[in-house]
Write a protein that binds this ligand. Structure first.
Ligand code: G6P
Length: 735
């Protein structure tokens, strides 16, 4: 395990819940998967848990707050106190009326309220304040779940170098759902403050990356996203359970006793078990309706099967949850009224949470577990049921809309919206030969034992460490202040200085329409000053066409290279082309580009003397991604026997003569003199050709943090401008 300092775990709830009864404080463990998962980390990792203690400020006297702080500290916990008003807007409001329904595919239940959003932001800020108070250098920070999606970025702003992981315990919905959220961009930016973002399944990863690409324009490479020059990782970490705890539960005499008790009460009847928090996302009503249909279509099972339905109270202050309870209880009454007899109650309904012994006893005696949420991030109950079966028979029926179904393929997997399919699955489960049941369970048990809860937390923390290491390696080449000083000093000493500067992405930023990226006053003034000094030779070396470069930069006294070296214009001279002009290939290629442009709204074709370029910056990113692959394939095929190459740049695909490149363009100047200072800067693949022909002592700078032949990297266009300004300042001082 790779943690250096402490592990700060930040979640809405703490593993110890504070309850206020008759003015007195009581503390109860709230054992969730997360608390168990982290308790299995090596002892050597010091932990501190931050979260809401469970009571709002209004109910607490000052000394009670101190009492909470003290009691929690003994359990390595630290409270984030919140007021009733804050809990209303943040927890009941934005978390449970906005994010929860939307992310579980219930757009019609979703409430979009600006005041909920405002409080959500405030509470995330309050969490951040508390983190800042307790964090020490070297701590790793792990933020959990949808209640705290703004927190990673908030922490990043105040502790820029910190190591931050984020895990979402609920589904990440498809872009079509997520786009409905008025604060979608803020939420994404909040999360992108992390170094590692984890989800339960690859589907959620895929949906998240799609939202990132469509909303922020940031692309990913194998789950790596470059955000403000930090590379961050997005990956799937399916959460497991404490396998041994469940598989060995029945060895405990209390559990055995409990199991026998239930069996005695139910007698020979088969038991179907249903356990969930009483949440509309769990499909409990639909499940009971399916059971109703099952009994109506299969009269032979009336009196022979009992459904034990455990509904754990949750979020009882939210109206949707209260309504659900009364609907469910009505339905239970109806089904029992319809099929019950003096000695037979079809549905045993419990509205409470169960202690461990009772829960595992139920797992043990049940013949079937019917777990059919309409949507569920993971669902650990399903995994617990399989583990608790040990070597016994028992069939899991699970909804394909749960994260867990991805790992439990040997179960009976059903579409939870398809009542007929649930009815059939219940029958199939009840009639499956016991040997087959055991066989299926064994395969799943092996998997669950291996990918257990401690493996989950360790994998996540290892991945966090790995991505940090990657970031460090990448920033090792960052142009440091001291290196910039040295560069300025060498520049200052030189009297024959060559500047080879790329234009787009290096001197000016990108624009939606390439034609709009003309030079601003600042860059014009900078280049003018630089080229005014007779000791400086400034060359703008670009892929743009001649006319555009001339129009934008023709008057400022720099040499110009257009079309990656296809055209050259020395100061005060005319354009010259150092390469022969053979462009017959364009006739073949152009129609293919046109066809793809017609099929990709927002994309355009640019024709230059030496190349054809397909631009897709303004097209839908996912469509463009597909089209780019198709187009690339077609072009590579067609150009195989020509002296023409297909190149991928920043939101472009370019077909150009192989002989034309920035390396050759730069050579015209490199061989001209014995330069005593060379500075080359660029951001794109075409600039790599320029970097590769430079002498070793030249300063080469890449804008951005992807792999490059350049000696140094800088963050942005802004940094290049600052550097040039610095050089000018120093030079002015000496002239
Ligand atoms: C889900 C969420 C958790 C939450 C739990 C209980 O599993 O992902 O963050 O703690 O439900 O919900 P509650 O509203 O009672 O905290």
């Amino acid at each position: 395990m790779s943690i250096m300092g402490r592990l700060l775990v930040i979640a809405n709830r703490l593993p110890l819940n504070t309850i206020r009864k008759a003015g007195e404080l009581h503390f109860r463990p709230s054992p969730g998967g997360l608390a168990v998962g982290l308790s299995s980390l090596p002892e050597s990792i010091e932990r501190l848990w931050l979260g809401w203690p469970g009571v709002t400020n209004e109910k607490l006297k000052a000394e009670q707050k101190d009492q909470i702080i003290e009691r929690l500290a003994a359990e390595d916990c630290h409270p984030v106190f919140l007021s009733r008003r804050q809990m209303e807007g943040y927890y009941q409001g934005f978390c449970n009326k906005t994010i929860w329904p939307l992310f579980h595919y219930f757009p019609r239940r979703t409430v979009y309220e600006a005041r909920f959003w405002k409080t959500y932001r405030q509470v995330n800020e309050a969490f951040c304040d508390e983190v800042i108070k307790v964090a020490k250098p070297g701590d790793s920070i792990w933020v959990h779940d949808y209640q705290l999606m703004l927190l990673p970025q908030l922490i990043r702003q105040r502790l820029p170098g910190s190591e931050i992981g984020f895990f979402l315990h609920i589904p990440w919905p498809s872009f079509e759902l997520f786009r409905l959220l008025p604060w979608r961009e803020e939420i994404l930016n909040g999360l992108l403050g992390s170094d590692l973002i984890g989800f339960h399944t690859y589907d959620y990863v895929r949906h998240f990356l799609s939202s990132v690409s469509r909303i922020t324009g940031l692309e990913h490479m194998l789950g790596n996203v470059s955000v403000a020059n930090r590379v961050i990782k997005v990956d799937a970490f399916p959460m497991g359970i404490d396998y041994e705890k469940y598989s060995r539960a029945i060895e405990d005499p209390n559990v055995k006793k409990e199991a026998n008790k239930i069996r005695r009460k139910i007698g020979e009847r088969k038991i179907i078990l249903s356990i969930d928090r009483l949440d509309y996302s769990k499909g409990i009503i639909e499940r009971l309706e399916a059971f109703d249909l099952f009994l109506s279509e299969n009269p032979q099972y009336r009196g022979a099967v009992t459904l034990i339905m455990v509904a754990v109270p949750t979020r009882t202050v939210v109206e949707d949850y209260r309504e659900l309870r009364s609907r469910l209880e009505q339905l239970v009454g109806r089904v029992n009224g319809e099929y019950g007899t003096m000695g037979y109650i079809p549905v045993w309904y419990l509205y409470r949470s169960l202690p461990f012994a009772e829960l595992t006893a139920l797992y043990n005696v049940s013949d079937v577990a019917l777990i059919t949420p309409l949507r569920d991030g993971m669902n650990l109950i399903a995994k617990e049921f399989i583990a608790a079966k040990a070597d016994k028979a028992g069939v899991l029926v699970i909804s394909e809309m749960t994260g867990a179904a991805r790992e439990l393929g040997e179960a009976l997997v059903v579409n939870s919206c398809d009542k007929t399919a649930i009815v059939e699955a219940i029958k199939e489960a009840l009639e499956m030969p016991p040997l087959e049941q055991i066989e299926r369970n064994k395969v799943m048990q092996k998997r669950l034992r291996r990918y257990n809860i401690s493996r989950w937390s360790q994998d996540f923390l290892d991945a966090l460490f790995d991505i940090k290491k990657t970031q460090e390696q990448m920033s090792a080449n960052r142009l440091s202040d001291s290196m910039a000083e040295k560069l300025a000093e060498d520049c200052h000493k030189g009297s024959k200085r060559l500047f080879l500067l790329d234009y787009d992405g290096t001197l000016v930023g990108f624009k939606g329409k390439p034609a709009e990226a003309g030079p601003d006053e600042e860059i014009v003034a900078l280049l003018q000053c630089l080229s005014r000094d007779p000791r400086n030779t400034v060359v703008i070396i670009s892929g743009r066409d001649r006319a555009t470069l001339e129009n934008w930069l023709g008057h400022i006294g720099t040499a110009l290279v257009a079309e990656h070296g296809g055209w050259i214009r020395r100061v005060g001279r005319k354009w010259q082309s150092p390469v022969p002009f053979e462009m017959d290939w364009k006739e073949t290629i152009r129609p293919i580009l046109d066809l793809h442009t017609d099929r990709t709204p927002g994309s355009t074709v640019e024709e230059k003397d030496f190349s054809l370029v397909w631009h897709y910056r303004r097209a839908d990113p996912e469509l463009a991604y597909v089209r780019r692959h198709e187009l690339r394939g077609a072009l590579v095929n067609l150009t195989e026997n020509l002296d023409v190459g297909v190149f991928e740049g920043n939101k472009i695909l370019e077909v150009k003569s192989r002989g034309v490149n920035k390396g050759r363009g730069a050579q015209h100047w490199l061989v001209e003199q014995d330069w005593d200072f060379i500075l080359a800067a660029g951001d794109d693949y075409t600039d790599e050709e320029m970097f590769s022909v430079l002498p070793d002592e030249a300063y080469s700078i890449k804008v951005g943090f992807t792999a490059s032949r350049a000696r140094f990297n800088v963050d942005s266009v802004k940094e290049i401008r600052l550097l040039l300004n610095k050089l000018l300042g120093d030079l002015d001082g000496t002239s």
